[in-house]
Design a protein around this ligand. Structure first.
Ligand code: AMP
Ligand code: MG
Length: 286
């Protein structure tokens, strides 16, 4: 599958409207996509196993999107089958009082995966240039007034670029997904959450309020991506109106990125091999 058309590695000329919300890639049938998705998940599981054994690299999968775009389902479907010992998921919600008493990356640092693991971020520090920007939450934040200037967003984009580069240079790669859902599709999904009793819990009236800020969010996303899509830490814009396609695409991208790390089981040296032989002898002599 051609993943390059969904990849943004030079943000400066990124225009969100150029990216599809509805796509089916090369798939005539959904079942073919599901087959590929399963195969990709198996690759991710096997690569993750080696990565865990090697204990050098770490991977962060970060998802951002409007409500009902399918973040939770994507995480569930793509990573079911990967060893739970090697993964950790964290959902970033409205910051707690304790979190607000710190800089915005403080809570993120506490949730970074260990080497050898895949950390999944359901939302992330990008909220601090998205919801915080759309609702001007920075005005009521604890940041000293003198530091809240017109440059605040450009400063944050730079901080995020630097932070991601820091992580990459320290062996933690970040795979950044924006699930690009259309406003029409979001409406359908909200209605189905209202109509379907088993989905009622997923719906909050605040979701409709946020929808009212759709254009401001799209603008905030576009600017965030323009300023943080780099060769080392690209964004992937997933057409999200068809859930199965977004999931297959994400699985393909994750499989490719993790495989590119060149994971392999650690070679054990002569000394260790000799120890293993002695242990074998002891077991056989019991
Ligand atoms: P959900 O993902 O549906 O559970 O919703 C979590 C909510 O927390 C979303 O509305 C986010 O916009 C919000 N949220 C996450 N991070 C922040 C933040 N740094 N500041 C304000 N709201 C946030
Ligand atoms: Mg929600």
């Amino acid at each position: 599958m051609d993943i390059s058309k969904y990849r943004v590695s030079n943000g400066s000329d990124f225009v969100l409207a150029d990216y599809a919300t509805r796509d089916r890639g090369p798939y005539k049938k959904k079942t073919h996509a599901l087959k590929d998705q399963k195969a990709n998940t198996a690759i991710i599981a096997s690569e993750q196993d080696k990565m865990y054994a090697q204990d050098h690299w770490g991977v962060i999968i970060l998802t951002q999107a409007m409500d009902a775009a399918g973040k939770d389902g994507l995480i569930k479907h793509v990573l079911t089958g990967v060893n739970p010992l090697g993964t950790q998921v964290f959902s970033f919600k409205q910051p707690s009082a304790e979190e607000l008493d710190h800089d915005y990356l403080w809570r993120i640092n506490q949730r970074l995966p260990e080497r050898g693991r895949i950390g999944i971020f359901n939302r992330s520090y990008y909220e601090d240039v998205l919801v915080v920007k759309v609702h001007n939450l920075i005005a009521s934040s604890k940041l000293p007034d003198q530091l809240i200037t017109d440059d605040i967003w450009d400063q944050r984009y730079r901080q995020i670029r630097d932070y991601e580069r820091y992580l990459a240079e320290n062996g933690f790669i970040i795979i950044k997904f924006f699930l690009n859902v259309s406003k029409e599709e979001q409406k359908e999904r909200f209605l189905s959450r209202i109509d379907n009793q088993s989905k009622n819990w997923k719906f909050s009236t605040a979701d409709v309020r946020e929808r009212g800020h759709w254009d401001e969010y799209m603008d905030a996303y576009e600017k965030a991506i323009q300023n943080t899509a780099t060769e080392d830490n690209p964004w992937y814009i997933l057409p999200a109106d068809r859930k199965w396609y977004a999931r297959t695409l994400a699985s393909e991208i994750i499989a490719k990125r993790i495989s590119a790390l060149g994971n392999k089981y650690p070679d054990v040296g002569e000394e260790k091999l000799a120890e293993l032989e002695i242990a074998r002898q002891q077991l056989e002599d019991e």
